[in-house]
Design a binder for this molecule. Structure first.
Ligand SMILES: NC(=O)c1ccc[n+]([C@@H]2O[C@H](COP(=O)([O-])OP(=O)(O)OC[C@H]3O[C@@H](n4cnc5c(N)ncnc54)[C@H](OP(=O)(O)O)[C@@H]3O)[C@@H](O)[C@H]2O)c1
Length: 330
């Protein structure tokens, strides 16, 4: 069924091999394998070792958004473990102070904090970030902050929709623009990592801004990675499925979320995959966890239209607890 694609990839693989890009050879082999065995990103990742980013990029400072909890806090701890100092960003000052003092005590690294509401689309973020970082070289940027707003499209204002997009995607572009140019200017290597989501490939009714923002991140990362490579800047978008963090706390306890809890990952699993994959084997978009794997395979093998039909059926016929979102309250 996929003979043509496999043939095409085989030719591409051979070409890459002969121009001595061995890593691409291995990577393409894994793609071919995935077409046959549906095991795409899992073929290689378990075999890789977590990289030391301080050594890899000669990096002394990193910035992490959403560093006050969950995946972002875990990224910050992993960086500090590798003796990389961290600028911690979120809107919860007390939590940021607590994480910062923990990192200082446990790993003896420097920390700085930036308290900012990432829902805002103005120059405050850059002003605050510049105050905290203009005198240091930040070579590792983790655009990780995000939240889910769950509601029917008719139930929220356009402002709150755009707030979600600002936090989950637009301000990540703002930060990337700033630090990318700084790295180019100082001719330093570095990495920019985006915490996207499997929602970027999976239609997500009642949280449409979330999946749209994540799709933007993934696409942005994929395209930029081609330009950035020549400047020594690696780009990675990681797409986790369901991870056990507080992101779901404000959401209603839906049957779907309860089910996903069964296949959930811990934040450290996601962070290990980030640190294994960044700047390696040409990897730009990586899935993390069973649900992400399932979503990606559905997208490849069923396509967007069929996925939409299946998800509509599940939501409309099997999930009675979604009823609340269909009630029109104007
Ligand atoms: N958990 C999952 O299943 C999952 C799956 C795929 C992708 N992701 C993505 O992973 C990233 C991290 O989420 P998480 O799961 O670790 O959840 P989390 O524990 O809730 O962490 C989210 C972080 O983002 C910060 N944040 C949220 N809204 C903000 C705002 N308006 N201004 C500044 N900071 C803000 C939070 O700060 P506060 O401490 O102030 O709230 C927190 O530090 C998000 O981008 C999320 O979309 C998560």
């Amino acid at each position: 069924m996929y003979t043509f694609e496999i043939l095409l990839l085989a030719v591409a693989t051979a070409v890459m091999y002969f121009i001595n890009k061995f890593t691409y050879f291995i990577f393409l082999l894994s793609i071919i394998y995935s077409y046959k065995h549906v095991k795409a990103p899992y073929v290689l990742i378990p075999l890789l070792k977590v990289q030391n980013l301080r050594t890899k990029y000669n990096a002394k400072w990193a910035i992490v958004t959403g560093a006050s909890s969950g995946i972002g806090e875990c990224i910050s701890r992993k960086l500090a473990e590798q003796q990389i100092s961290v600028v911690l960003v979120s809107n919860d000052e007390a939590r940021l102070q607590a994480v910062a003092s923990d990192l200082k005590t446990l790993y003896k690294v420097d920390t700085r904090i930036v308290v900012v509401d990432l829902r805002e689309n103005n120059d405050v973020l850059l002003r605050e970030v510049r105050k905290a970082t203009d005198d240091i070289d930040v070579q590792l940027v983790f655009n990780n902050a995000g939240y889910i707003a769950m509601e029917g499209f008719h139930q929220s204002t356009v402002e709150s929709k755009l707030d979600n997009l600002n936090c989950n995607a637009i301000n990540a572009i703002r930060l990337t623009d700033h630090f990318y140019k700084r790295m180019l200017h100082s001719k330093q290597r570095g990495a920019i990592v985006f915490t996207s989501s499997s929602a970027s490939v999976c239609p997500s009714p009642y949280s449409v801004m979330y999946s749209a923002g994540k799709a933007l991140l993934t696409s942005f990362a994929e395209s930029l990675s081609i330009e950035s490579r020549q400047h020594g800047i690696d780009i990675l978008a990681i797409q986790p499925g369901y991870v056990r963090t507080k992101i779901f706390d404000p959401l209603p306890k839906l049957a779907l979320l309860n089910f996903l809890r069964l296949v959930a990952q811990e934040p450290v699993d996601v962070v290990n995959i980030m640190f294994k994959c960044v700047g390696r084997l040409g990897m730009t978009v990586v899935d993390s966890g069973f649900f992400a794997f399932l979503s990606k395979m559905a997208r490849i093998f069923l396509g967007g239209n069929l996925m939409t039909v299946i998800i509509a059926f599940i939501v409309n016929h099997l999930m009675k607890d979604m009823e609340q979102y269909r009630i029109i309250k104007i």
